[in-house]
Design a protein around this ligand. Structure first.
Ligand code: FEO
Length: 395
């Protein structure tokens, strides 16, 4: 039995919670799960907005039935084709053979490729509308938030924005879906982690989308992941605005290091002590071999300074550090204070391998320190001083 949640007079939530999948996109940990949000807008004609991961089709169908009973579904609006949302399209089409699928030209290229569906498609362009009766939906194309075909659907009748991945977060909304009916505390860090890892490369397209949205009055944000935002919608938009401008949310430093036997870790601690002695309270250390990079990236989006260290390993740096650097670089994260450090036993290359990433990103490089074998007292002072110099730039 399901009692679907009413979002507005005409909009129903029929999404599902996934607490089973360990990794989103088979790569990003989901300690608090994830939801695949889908909605039905009722009127003289009915519209389903996005579907869910195909693994949840059975429960999804029962939720649709609970809203519609024997009423037909007239439209399936596809805001985004990534399979966490598009996975049930084929089965929806089988259940509702007359349903018209609404999307843009890029959507339909993907529908053809993924599902072989080529008929009963209604192509829309930016600004086009679709009347359901009393309500007329508007389509806002927002390419690269998160794929080229992504678009949003806006309902001026009640100010509801179906935003696709934008404004989404990891974490399941448990019990309720509206931000007014659940404790949203845990969503903020999961929203940042979601942004940093899924959308973080696309800051410019997100800014373009936010500019387009300035022309519509938003009362409710219905994303494809996480809570539905009514009371805290301004906070959500503000967070996306800051993150997509790569603006640090707080002053502080993330120190991420690889360490095989603890020597590089001691150097990381020495830098942290210097930063702390400089009056900075937000200092976070991560061992890249232990902490998944999705959490480290999330804090790199949060804080103003980044410090990366590694031992020299096979005349390179540790692979996990290299992977983290690559993830930072492809996201084009801007405007960070930076320092590098490293250790070696006979020939050191770590800072030399690390610094070019910060140079390419035009970060403010404070310095680099390297120690041979164990950390000695004289060198400790250099690491500590590097930390103090970072603190001066932070404050
Ligand atoms: Fe939630 Fe880009 O899919």
């Amino acid at each position: 039995m399901y009692s679907p949640i009413k979002i507005t007079e005409t909009t129903h939530y029929i999404g599902v919670n996934d607490r089973r999948k360990p990794l989103f996109e088979n790569q990003i940990p989901l300690p608090y799960g994830v939801s695949y949000n889908s909605y039905i807008v009722e009127d003289e004609r009915t519209a389903l907005i996005d579907t869910v991961d195909v693994c949840y089709f059975d429960v999804f169908l029962r939720k649709i039935d609970a809203v519609l009973g024997n009423r037909p579904l007239d439209y399936l609006i596809i805001n985004h084709m990534e399979p966490d949302h598009s996975g049930s399209i084929r089965l929806i089409r089988e259940r509702y053979p007359d349903i018209q699928i609404v999307g843009n030209a890029k959507t339909f290229d993907m529908i053809r490729g993924y599902f072989g569906i080529t008929d009963n498609l209604l192509e829309v362009k930016d600004g086009d509308t679709l009347s359901l009766g009393r309500q007329t939906l508007q389509f806002i194309l927002t390419p690269m938030v998160h794929w080229p075909e992504t678009m949003m659907t806006y309902n001026p009748f009640d100010g509801t924005l179906f935003s696709g991945d934008a404004f989404g977060s990891f974490g399941t909304p448990d019990g309720g879906i509206l931000d007014s009916s659940i404790n949203t505390d845990r969503f903020w860090s999961e929203m940042r982690r979601y942004y940093a890892n899924i959308v973080g490369k696309y800051g410019v397209p997100v800014q373009s989308a936010l500019n387009k949205l300035k022309s519509v009055k938003i009362n409710t944000i219905c994303s494809t992941h996480g809570a539905v935002w009514v009371e805290q919608k301004e906070k959500v938009i503000d967070l996306y605005d800051k993150l997509s401008r790569y603006e640090p949310l707080e002053q502080g430093a993330v120190i991420a290091y690889g360490s095989m036997y603890g020597h590089t870790e001691e150097m990381a601690e020495a830098i942290a002590e210097g930063i702390s002695a400089g009056g900075v309270k937000n200092v976070v250390l991560y061992d890249v071999s232990k902490t998944d990079s999705s959490f480290i990236l999330s804090d790199i989006f949060k804080y103003s300074a980044v410090v990366i260290g590694s031992p020299t390993y096979m005349n390179e740096i540790m692979p996990a550090v290299e992977t983290l650097l690559h993830k930072i670089e492809i996201r084009g994260i801007k405007n960070r204070i930076f320092a590098a450090f490293g250790s070696c036993t006979w020939a050191g290359v770590a800072p030399k391998r690390i610094l070019p990433v910060a140079e390419n990103l035009k970060w403010n490089i404070i310095g680099a320190v390297e120690e041979k074998q164990a950390l000695k007292a004289e060198k400790y002072a250099e690491f500590f001083e590097l930390g103090q110099n970072i603190a001066k730039q932070i404050s």
